[in-house]
Design a protein around this ligand. Sequence first.
Ligand SMILES: [Zn+2]
Ligand SMILES: [Zn+2]
Length: 72
Amino acid sequence: MPGSTDEHRATPSSTSATDSASTCRICNKEPTSYAPTSCGHATLCRACAMKQATGGKCRECGEMFMEVRRVD
Ligand SMILES: [Zn+2]
Ligand SMILES: [Zn+2]
């Protein structure tokens, strides 16, 4: 059938071996448990989230945020 798209299937590229538990983008030690409320990217561990509880910049998308929230 003409017009059928034959795009390459975007396979989820695993840059790291351990993808199940992502590590904090700030300290690279603790597992992520907090995310900015604005974009929702879980990039912060608890300690780093507390340091940026009043605002900061998302390490995933670069968006400024004013609050962080707990994620699971
Ligand atoms: Zn951290
Ligand atoms: Zn983000």
